[in-house]
Design a protein around this ligand. Structure first.
Ligand SMILES: [Zn+2]
Length: 393
């Protein structure tokens, strides 16, 4: 059964994602981008999908092996002299270190080497590795802390462990979201205030008009590592801020940068960070209810099986998570058009980002359903066209 799943799942994903036929006849995106950029972006994205499918299969195989009774017992025997909480932490550390080594290996091929082949990265292999090790170490420490918290709660509260764990993990999630701009982001990139940078006046004026404090606009200095462009809003309450990547500001015209900032202001105005966090907490509570049914009183020996379930849930929830994300992004797009009333600049900004990031111009439906956090470029452009038509009526 497991073997069949491990062969069928990646093969199905590869067929549906990498070999999905391109649209018959004239594609709107082909006309917009030109044949060269269209073919390059399609090839880049389809190679990434292929790596995603292989990585999924490999991760599932590894987690099934780690959660097998034989390996779980071996882990338990190796750490038998520790306390239950330390045993859980040690087993979680061993499992997560193996799984993260595997994803680092796949990330090297699908992230670093592929981006280098397509001229999207400016990072040396050493710099890439350092950044990735830091990222994986942070994520692994969250996993280890969560496993230790769960086993501590099971020892202290018995069958009520999941209620206490949900409370502890929710508080941890809130703290991480709020602290991200202050504590986590600076570990990876340097941020400077937008004020004083070339062309910042128009952007600051736009923020002011939307009611956002311009002092909370920053520029992320990422051009030493990537050619891709991006912008984002993060933090909660007093830590909220909007950051624009310097690569995007350098590559785009003033009115295109305004549209992208207006999109982020739309996220801020609609409270999307808080909404996303609230939904994540609801998801966490539902997952913990499921865990309480599967593992009534978990022991350190259950840790690999719990982590396998987490992996399966995370993959299974991708379509729901990304559908919510796409709806939120579409709303931010709409708000950006309302703030600026510049559908034509919006369309240029979308084309500019699609070229700069090699976004899939005509993605397979399964890729959108499973992996797209944003609506495809063609849908975003169609939305702007509808907005312009509605305005001119
Ligand atoms: Zn967005």
């Amino acid at each position: 059964m497991a073997l069949a799943l491990l062969t069928v799942l990646p093969a199905w994903l590869i067929i549906e994602l990498c070999f999905w036929p391109h649209p018959q006849g004239a594609s709107e995106m082909l006309a917009r981008l030109g044949a060269g950029p269209y073919t390059t972006a399609s090839a880049y994205c389809r190679t990434r999908y292929g790596w995603f499918a292989l990585a999924c299969g490999a991760q599932l195989a590894l987690w099934l092996a780690l959660a097998s009774p034989l390996v779980s017992r071996a882990f338990e025997a190796a750490v038998a002299r520790f306390s239950p909480v330390a045993r859980a932490a040690a087993i979680a550390l061993a499992c997560t270190a193996l799984a993260r080594s595997l994803s680092l290996t796949f990330g090297f091929a699908s992230g670093h080497l592929l981006d280098r082949a397509y001229g999207l990265t400016r990072q040396s292999t050493w710099a890439w590795l350092t950044e990735q090790l830091l990222e994986h170490a942070l994520a692994a420490s969250v996993t280890v802390a969560a496993a230790a918290a769960v086993i501590w709660a099971a020892g202290r509260f018995g069958r009520g462990w999941w209620l206490v764990s949900t409370a502890v993990l929710s508080a941890g999630t809130l703290a991480l979201v709020a602290a991200q701009p202050l504590l986590i982001d600076p570990l990876f990139d340097r941020y400077i205030p937008l004020q004083g940078t070339p062309g910042s006046e128009r952007l600051m004026e736009l923020a002011r008009r939307a009611g956002f404090d311009p002092a909370r606009l920053s520029v992320a200095l990422v051009s030493h590592r990537t050619t891709k462009g991006n912008a984002f809003v993060n933090g909660l309450g007093p830590t909220e801020r909007i950051a624009l990547w310097d690569t995007f500001l350098e590559a785009s015209r003033a009115d295109e940068a305004e549209l992208v900032l207006a999109h982020e202001l739309g996220h801020w105005r609609a409270g999307h960070v808080a909404l996303g966090t609230a939904l994540a907490l609801v998801g966490l509570a539902l997952a913990m209810m499921l865990f309480s049914a599967l593992f009534p009183v978990p022991t350190p020996r259950d840790v690999p099986a719990i982590l396998l379930t987490v992996f399966i849930l995370r993959v299974a929830c991708l379509p729901v998570e990304n559908a919510v994300s796409r709806a939120i992004e579409a709303q931010a797009d709409f708000l950006s058009l309302r703030y600026t009333n510049r559908a034509e600049a919006f369309i240029r900004a979308e084309e500019q980002l699609a070229r700069q990031n090699l976004s899939d111009p005509d993605p397979p439906p399964l890729a959108v359903w499973l992996l797209f956090t944003h609506p495809p470029t063609s849908e975003r452009i169609a939305m702007a066209q509808r907005f312009a038509r509605a305005g001119s009526r």
